[in-house]
Design a binder for this molecule. Structure first.
Ligand SMILES: *Cc1c(COP(=O)(O)O)cnc(C)c1O
Length: 385
């Protein structure tokens, strides 16, 4: 039935695509889901002995297996663990032409007893489906995501590194694998989870440029989704900033450029006096799990925190009168990424070196929970077994 509709769509590109997609999504949501055994096809060889676990970079070495599921004929197949390797796609696959593609970023952590943990994985799954919906990609059942990931992690347990600060980076993604040159949603999709053992993510303190011309996201757009194209669109402005000596761009709102919104692909926090401030999530601002966790922690610790729009002018004024204490990005890769200074309208502003920064304290609290070194008061850890 669904397949026929998709065929119909292929044949009659002038049909109302949105109507058909909404129908598809409604159907898929109502389908019962069963995860039986997730099949495991083992790789005959392993690359693990070639890896220098003491000198891991970020996201550039991949494990022996990956998780794969296909959406065909109106349904997701039960995911399978298969040997990691290239995938074959038709040149007409819609991912190449229309960029129907989303991803997530998560980590698996090993504690001192060798137990593997995830951090708030159900939140990643929920956001994955939010992104999927916005890109007209069929949503993935929670069981497929969570049971698929935990099965893959059991197979790849030995790949979770243990050097301080290291983790196994988890990259779930899905994209349009179905073919067609007309601009409408594909009728076939692929869901994959790949894993990359990664060292401590330490970028050092970065100098950022507050952007006044380019925008990362717009009202009604896809900024809140982890859609591949959002990141491609950031590369060029980020290169221009790098040419001027800044490692990262601070994005401002697209219409007035008066409010700061995100730092690169991270949420942003600003400390003025002793108060921590972060922008509210919106169409344009991604609902980060690290951001959310920081807000829960500061609430619990009694650190004054405000979720509100932040004017560039307010940050500049605070820098000038000495009340600007800290700025940092927040995201899964680095947890927090401190900002050393910012450029705005041709002037550079420096931030002070703090003995007791919120950034360092919050990073320690979050990583202690992630690596099972501290009590998990909030129920964030998820055991992989
Ligand atoms: C992924 C991402 C974040 C951070 O989200 P986390 O869930 O904390 O990793 C923030 N902003 C953007 C644009 C992102 O893509």
């Amino acid at each position: 039935m669904l397949f026929n509709i998709c065929k119909y769509l292929e044949d009659y590109p002038t049909k109302n695509d949105a109507e058909i997609v909404n129908f598809n999504i409604a159907k898929i949501r109502s389908m019962p889901v069963q995860v039986n055994q997730i099949a495991i096809e083992r790789s005959e060889t392993t690359k693990i002995n070639d890896v220098d676990f003491d000198n891991l970079s970020f996201g550039s070495v991949y494990t022996d297996h990956m998780l794969v599921a296909d959406f065909e004929n109106g349904a997701w197949s039960v995911p399978k663990v298969v040997p990691y390797g290239p995938i074959v796609l038709d040149p007409a696959a819609k991912i190449f032409h229309y960029g129907q593609s989303i991803f997530e970023g998560m980590k698996a952590y090993k504690d001192e007893e060798g137990q593997v943990w995830l951090f708030r994985p159900l939140d990643n799954h929920a956001r994955f489906n939010k992104s999927a919906q916005r890109l007209a990609i069929p949503e993935l059942p929670q069981e497929y995501f969570i049971d698929g990931l935990t099965t893959l992690l059991q197979v790849e347990k030995d790949w979770v590194p243990t050097t301080p600060g290291s983790s196994l980076y988890v990259r779930p993604f899905m994209f349009a694998s179905g073919n067609g040159f007309h601009a409408s949603p594909a009728n076939a999709y692929k869901f994959i989870i790949a894993l990359a053992p990664s060292g401590a993510y330490f970028s050092g303190k970065v100098k950022v440029l507050i952007e006044e011309h380019y925008a990362r996201a717009a009202n009604g757009g896809v900024g809140y989704a982890k859609a591949g194209g959002n990141y491609a669109a950031q590369f060029y402005p980020t290169q221009l900033a790098a040419d001027k000596g800044y490692q990262q761009v601070v994005w401002t709102d697209d219409s007035t450029h008066e409010y700061i919104e995100e730092a690169g692909a991270m949420n942003i926090f600003v400390r003025i006096g002793d108060t921590l401030v972060t922008a509210p999530t919106s169409d344009r601002i991604l609902d980060g799990i690290t951001r959310k966790s920081i807000l829960q922690l500061t609430d619990h610790l009694g650190i004054p925190t405000e979720v509100r729009k932040i004017k560039v002018a307010e940050v500049v004024e605070a820098a000038e009168n000495g009340t600007l204490k800290e700025m940092f990005g927040a995201g899964t890769a680095a947890v927090v990424s401190p900002i050393a200074g910012f450029g705005y309208r041709g002037r550079d502003y420096e931030l002070p070196e703090l003995e007791n920064s919120y950034a360092a304290m919050l990073k320690a609290k979050i990583t202690d929970i992630q690596y099972n070194r501290a009590e998990d008061k909030f129920g964030w850890r998820y055991k992989v077994n």
